[in-house]
Structure formats: structure tokens, C-alpha cells
Ligand binder design. Structure first.
Ligand SMILES: [Zn+2]
Length: 763
């Protein structure tokens, strides 16, 4: 690291009020002489301009913020203020007259200054004239935040002209830039007007980033009068250190892209958040709140519903209050500052605790008859049917509430509370970001049978998403509770590492043996019954969905159907490296039948699977397909163009594909789908045999909500082929969720439509 020698002089507006009298010229001459004498020393020149008396702060340069791969997320740069000296110009009045033009020297210099400044800055000659109007000042600001090349050109032109010395001069200031814009904005945070961190990493690590300001102290004489410049003492500024995040820009981008999609698709009324963490170290690889904001334009409001809300307010005072509240809300890091009922994702904690205590085993059976009586209270399963008799893994797959109430009962309220604390849910995780919220939970002494029941399936205790993912990580990483963190190290301007993240294990919560069981159970949850929505061909994924009702908000407002939909998945399932939690707050979109889509498996799970699909290859994990998956991947269509019709037919037949011949030619002139496309076994290739022909076209039907066999029939009847994307195609209860060609699109007959399937239930 080079140590920049810049000594930022705190800019001060010095108002010179002189008595009209004999001494005035003498003082000004002294000032000017000083300036001339120190012309080559920028630092002293600035001081001569700014502060003849007392001590002057020399600002330290603020350190930069980098991601895990050295990409810049925040940096400071010097910007320039363009300043003119009206007093100096005023002294020129009528001193010299240009005989050729008849202008006074005053007018000639004003014109020259105006020519330079209007050329280089977006201002008028009138603006320049106004800047020179207050003739008692030596400092009049023309423009601030000017970039260096422009400031340099202005000074160069001023020096090349015969303007009075320093009639135009510059002062420096510092501006904070966020080159990644909105990416990870709630984590990075920003600085306030004073240049101190106000939010996020900028605030939490402010002491490291800001450095130590220096000082120039002027000596004083026997009467306490300062003696400028003669005996100054200079304390150099110590520049701030650079902060390196654990955040990986690429993973952050993947997470934000898919989170934003889900927040929009589900019309989330209270934002959404996502966290990707290394399960073994607690390093946060991505953390997002959506809608977010651009760090370079953080005062704007970004969520459309907030913009609409503000547009409807006419009272100015009310508008300003609402604007401030909404802006504050959009700046908040949802993953750490807000509490929620984790719902069924919490069953991972209950299950791990019960297995560890020996209260249940993987072979224990639990019965669901749709409703279970707890003390005097009937508690329903989320399903509108009974799950019947289930072992532990099936109960987790079904996400059966009565089963987990029985698991909670087997554990008991004391043991439940002991593990709740051990998993770190009674205290903040200690993540290195400001504003982490404290959980609200039922204490053991207040936990009756009904409370224990609802606690067991995650509907009574309110925790933060960062607490949930950290507890879940402990359940599957060998039992170790780690400290989540966003900064890996801090490096001072001399290149010394002055802080490294503590990645040590806080405590072991469950045994490696129990943790291994949980990994297997959660992998089975994803793979069971033909694959869940988290299933990705070629990868071993573990995961659990959650859907919680915002009972407290309902009690407060009477608004029904407010849910938090979440999903927490990890990979690779047998030896996990990453874990991702996604939470969508108050989804409000309806499906094709007009029903609210709110299950975590439907709303939040696609964010995890779509992100993993990109993140795992990026992290060096490549898919390994089973025979079944290879079968499902389909057939790669070969090229049969120029083949004779009979050899084309034979080639396709051997691959399990049908064909349809169009025209009377003897050889193939075109084929749809084209070579190298993949499609389902049994699909049909359209072969054209004439030299002159027009492609048949068909209209894509809507297949959303259909089962696999309905999709097959509908698309085949429409003259189309299809293939299935990742997700739950062969699951008994799955339905088509997305199609890559929209309903009504006109495409060539034989085109392959890619369809993804989703299971529309909590499991
Ligand atoms: Zn059930």
C-alpha cells in the first residue's frame, strides 16, 4: 500500500471583515506575500487560504472496502472545489486600461475567468459574475465535487493566461464512492456528512476505516497571539485501514438476482432477504435485502409500492415523515434486524435436539390424524388431510405439525429450552454488523404444553434470519455453533493485517453422529417422492421449507393471510460447504386458481435452487448424474439434414425419437428441433424434405398448473416437444410452474418447451 501524502485541509469559509482604515493594505500584502512565498507547497498554500490562526485538522484518508476477491465495494477519492477571489479582482478596478479594447483590467480579467470557467463547468458567465460579486471575500465557491481532470484543466488554463495569481484556485474534499451500486448495500452501509460510517460495515468498522486525523498547530507569542507559519508543528494523519469482506461479489449477485425475482413474482409486501454462509466458518458469502437501494443514491425510494404510497400524500409534513420512515426501512438489513416466526424450518432444531437427547430415533413413529389435541387446544396440521403413521424422516418430509408436537413432547420443555439456548437462539449471533435484534422467546418456566407444541414447529418464538441459519448450520455441520461474520481481515496502510475474523467454534451443540443423521434426513426430504422443489439434477442438496403465519400482526391489525415463506438449503448434502436461507415476507400473489401462494416450498425454495444451480459450479462443484437423472435429461437430437428420409428415420428411431415427414422429397432439407437440442424420450422431430418450403407454426398453450401427464398430452397435441427443468417433475403432487415460451407465443412446430414443476405443499 502506498501512503498517500495528501493532507486534506478542513475547508472553512473565512469571512474577512476588515475595518476600513490605514492597516488594511498592509495585512493583505502580508497574506499575498505569504502565498507567493509558499507557492510550491500545496499544504501551506491551502492553510494560507483557509486558516491564518489556530490549529488545522489534516484529514486522514478513509480506507477502502473490498470483497473476498479484492473487488472494490467502497473507496474514497479526492474531489475539488473551484474557488475564486472576489477581493483580489475588486482591487484591479481601473488599475490598467487596455488601450486596444478600452477595457479596464478588472473587466478583462473577469472576462478571461468567465471564459475558462464557462468552458470547463456547466455554468453561465452570469454565474461567474455573481461569484465575484462579494468583494469583501477572498473565498467564493463556484462549484464543488469537481473531478481532478477538470480541476487540473482549469488551473492550467488560469496559469497560462495572465490572470492575477490565484484569482481562480482549488480546494480539496473527499467523496465516498460505491462502485457496486446497490449490490450488498445493506451490508456495506454508508458514511454520513461528517465522513463517519452511519450504517453497515462502514459503521461497524468505522474506527479502522477512518484512520487518525493529523493536526497543524501554530505557535503563539507571549500574549497568546499566534505566530503563523514560523513555528508550526505538524502531526501527520494516519490513513484508515482497508476492510476485506467475506462477501463474494459473484455469489451476492446470484442471490440478489433470484431473490429479487421471487420478491417481484410473489408481490412481497414486506421485502425479502437471503443469506449464504459457509457452514463451517460462519463466513457470510452473500447477504441481501430486497428491494434494496443504490449506495450512491441512497436517499431515493426504490420499492414501487413505497413510491406509490408517497405519490398519494398531499400534506407536506406527512409526506416528509413518511418519506423518512420508508427510507429508514429500505436501509435496514432485514436478515439481522427483523424478527420472524421461522415456522417449519425450525423443525430442524427440534428434530436435532430430540435425536441428540435420545427422546426419539429415526425409527420412532408419529401419527397424524390432521388435528391433535394438546391440553384443551386442538392444533391442526398444515395439510387438509391426515399424514397417518410416519417415521422421523417422513414426518420431516411431510413437515407434519402433529408429528413435531409429539417430538417436542418427547423432548419436554426443559430440554427444549436447553437446546434452544445451546443453538444460540437466546442471544444475538454476534455478527459484525450494527443493529442485530434480540430474539423474543418463551422461557422454560412459562412453557405449558400448548406453548411447547407451537414452539416445536416454529410458531411461537421470534428470531432473526441470521439466528435461524446459524442454528441450522450447527445441526448439519457436525454440531458446531459458529459466529457469522462479514469481514475476514483488516489491513493497515503499511500492509499489516491488523484484524482477522474469529472462525473458532463457539460450542458444540449436538454430536457429529446426530448431525450426520440430520444431513441424511434433510437430503431425503429433498429427494423423497421424486424430488422436491429444491432438487437439482446432478447435485446432492439438503433442505427444509417453512411457512409461518404472522399471528402477532393479525392480532394487532386484524389483517388475515399474512405469511412469511422461507426455505433453508445446504450443499453438498453429505459434506456441506454452503447453506442458504431465503425469506419472503408477506407474499401476496395469487396462483392460476386465484389462491394465495404462500408455502415456503413454492415461494422461497426456487430462490435457493436457482442460486445453487449457479453457485455450486462457481464454487467448483460439478453435477454427477445418476442413470435416472441421465434418462430425465433426455435425448440430444442428432443432425439428420442431408440424410435420406429412410436413414433419418432409422437414426431417430434408434434414439427413441419419432419423426414426421413433411413434403415429397427424398432427403431431409431441415429439421425441428435442431441438432444438439435435448428433449424427452419419445419426442417428435419434424423433417422437411422440399427445397422450397415454409415452416409450420403453432401456438404455445398455457400449461401452468398441469401435472406431468397433462403437460405431455397438451403439448404433444399442440405439435410441440418438451423437456423438464430441475425441480419436482415426477413427484405425484407436482404441477407445471414455469414455461420458457409464454402462452400464445407462435413458434415452429416441433419446438421444445422447457417446463419446470413445483410441489404445491409445505413439504
Ligand atoms: Zn400431518
Amino acid at each position: 500500500m502506498s501512503k498517500a501524502p495528501t493532507k486534506e485541509m478542513k475547508k472553512r469559509l473565512y469571512v474577512w471583515i476588515f475595518c476600513i482604515g490605514f492597516g488594511i493594505l498592509t495585512i493583505l500584502d502580508l497574506v499575498n506575500i505569504t502565498k507567493y512565498a509558499l507557492v510550491n507547497n500545496e499544504e501551506f498554500q491551502a492553510m494560507a487560504n483557509d486558516s491564518q490562526f489556530g490549529s488545522t485538522t489534516v484529514e486522514a484518508n478513509r480506507g477502502s472496502i473490498y470483497d473476498a476477491n479484492g473487488q472494490i465495494f467502497a473507496q474514497s477519492a479526492t474531489v475539488y472545489s473551484i474557488i475564486v477571489d472576489p477581493y483580489k479582482l475588486s482591487q484591479l478596478d481601473n488599475i490598467v486600461t487596455n488601450p486596444e479594447t478600452g477595457k479596464t483590467e478588472y473587466q478583462r480579467q473577469l472576462d478571461t475567468a468567465a471564459e475558462i470557467l464557462t468552458d470547463e463547468l456547466d455554468i453561465t458567465a452570469e454565474d461567474v459574475k455573481n461569484a465575484f460579486a462579494k468583494t469583501e471575500y477572498q473565498w467564493s465557491l463556484v462549484r464543488k465535487d469537481v473531478e481532478k481532470p477538470v480541476a487540473d484543466r482549469i488551473l492550467k488554463r488560469a496559469n497560462a493566461s495572465d490572470l492575477a495569481y490565484n484569482l481562480i484556485y482549488t480546494d480539496t474534499d473527499t467523496k465516498r464512492y460505491y462502485p457496486q451500486g446497490s449490490l450488498a448495500a445493506a451490508v456495506i452501509g454508508f458514511t454520513n456528512f461528517e465522513g463517519d460510517g452511519a450504517y453497515g460495515v462502514e459503521a461497524y468498522y468505522n474506527d479502522y476505516l477512518k484512520g487518525v486525523n493529523g493536526k497543524i498547530i501554530s505557535a503563539t507569542d507571549g500574549k497568546g497571539q499566534e505566530m503563523p507559519y514560523k513555528n508550526d508543528k505538524i502531526y501527520d494523519a494516519q490513513d484508515g485501514s482497508d476492510v476485506y469482506l467475506t462477501i463474494d461479489r459473484t455469489l451476492q449477485h446470484y442471490a440478489e438476482k433470484h431473490l429479487e425475482q421471487a420478491v417481484n413474482d410473489n408481490n412481497a409486501q414486506n421485502r425479502g432477504c437471503a443469506i449464504i454462509m459457509n457452514v463451517n466458518t460462519g463466513a457470510i458469502l452473500a447477504m441481501a435485502s430486497t428491494p434494496g437501494f443504490d449506495l450512491n443514491d441512497r436517499n431515493s425510494i426504490y420499492a414501487q409500492k413505497d413510491i406509490d404510497l408517497l405519490a398519494g400524500i398531499t400534506d407536506e409534513e406527512e409526506y416528509n415523515a413518511q418519506y423518512a420512515a420508508l427510507r429508514e426501512q429500505q436501509w435496514k438489513n432485514k436478515a439481522i434486524t427483523e424478527l420472524y416466526f421461522p415456522g417449519s424450518v425450525f423443525k430442524v432444531v427440534t428434530g436435532a435436539a430430540a435425536l441428540e437427547e435420545g427422546a426419539v430415533t429415526l425409527n420412532s413413529t408419529f401419527h397424524c390424524s390432521q388435528v391433535i389435541q394438546v391440553a384443551d387446544t386442538p392444533i391442526h396440521c398444515w395439510a387438509r388431510y391426515s399424514h397417518g403413521s410416519q417415521d422421523f424422516t417422513t414426518a420431516m418430509t411431510n413437515s407434519c405439525n402433529p408429528a413435531f408436537i409429539q417430538i417436542g413432547q418427547a423432548l419436554g420443555s426443559n430440554a427444549f429450552s436447553k437446546y434452544f439456548e445451546a443453538f444460540g437462539l437466546t442471544e444475538p449471533t454476534g455478527i459484525d454488523l450494527p443493529g442485530e435484534a434480540d430474539s423474543i422467546y418463551v422461557h422454560a418456566e412459562n412453557m405449558g404444553p400448548v406453548e411447547l407444541a407451537s414452539c416445536s414447529f416454529g410458531q411461537s418464538n421470534k428470531i432473526t434470519p441470521i439466528q435461524m441459519i446459524t442454528a441450522y448450520a450447527a445441526a448439519i455441520n457436525g454440531g458446531n455453533l459458529v459466529t457469522p461474520h462479514v469481514v475476514s481481515k483488516i489491513v493497515d496502510p503499511n500492509g499489516n493485517v491488523v484484524m482477522t475474523a474469529d472462525t473458532s467454534v463457539k460450542r458444540q451443540v449436538i454430536s457429529e453422529e446426530t448431525s450426520a443423521k440430520m444431513r441424511q434426513v434433510l437430503e431425503d426430504v429433498v429427494n423423497n417422492k421424486g424430488g422436491s422443489n429444491a432438487y437439482i439434477k446432478g447435485y446432492a442438496i439438503g433442505g427444509k421449507s417453512g411457512t409461518s403465519e404472522k399471528i402477532d400482526k393479525y392480532n394487532e391489525t386484524g389483517i388475515e393471510n399474512l405469511y412469511v415463506s422461507s426455505y433453508c438449503g445446504f450443499a453438498p448434502a453429505d459434506d456441506p460447504e454452503i447453506i442458504m436461507l431465503v425469506m419472503i415476507d408477506e407474499p401476496s400473489a395469487l396462483d392460476q386458481n386465484g389462491s394465495l401462494m404462500y408455502y415456503g416450498s413454492v415461494v422461497a425454495c426456487p430462490v435457493v435452487s436457482n442460486t445453487f444451480k449457479e453457485a455450486l459450479p462457481y464454487l467448483g462443484y460439478y453435477p454427477e448424474y445418476t442413470d435416472e437423472e441421465l434418462e430425465a435429461l433426455g435425448v440430444t437430437v442428432p443432425n439428420v439434414v442431408t440424410y435420406t428420409v429412410s436413414s433419418a428415420e432409422a437414426t431417430l428411431e434408434k434414439l427413441g425419437l419419432e419423426c414426421e415427414i413433411i413434403g415429397d422429397g427424398t432427403s431431409v432439407t431441415a429439421q425441428i428441433p435442431e441438432q444438439k437440442s435435448t428433449m424427452r424420450h419419445g419426442g417428435k422431430v419434424i423433417l422437411y424434405t422440399e427445397k422450397e418450403f415454409e415452416y409450420d407454426v403453432v401456438t404455445v398453450p398455457n400449461i401452468k398448473g398441469m401435472t406431468l401427464s397433462e403437460v405431455n398430452t397438451t403439448l404433444t397435441n399442440a405439435g410441440l416437444n418438451f423437456k423438464t427443468g430441475d425441480g419436482a417433475a415426477s413427484h405425484a403432487g407436482s404441477v407445471a410452474y414455469t414455461q420458457n415460451y409464454a402462452e400464445g407465443a407462435v413458434v415452429q412446430r416441433g419446438t421444445i418447451v422447457e417446463v419446470t414443476f413445483i410441489i404445491k405443499d409445505e413439504g
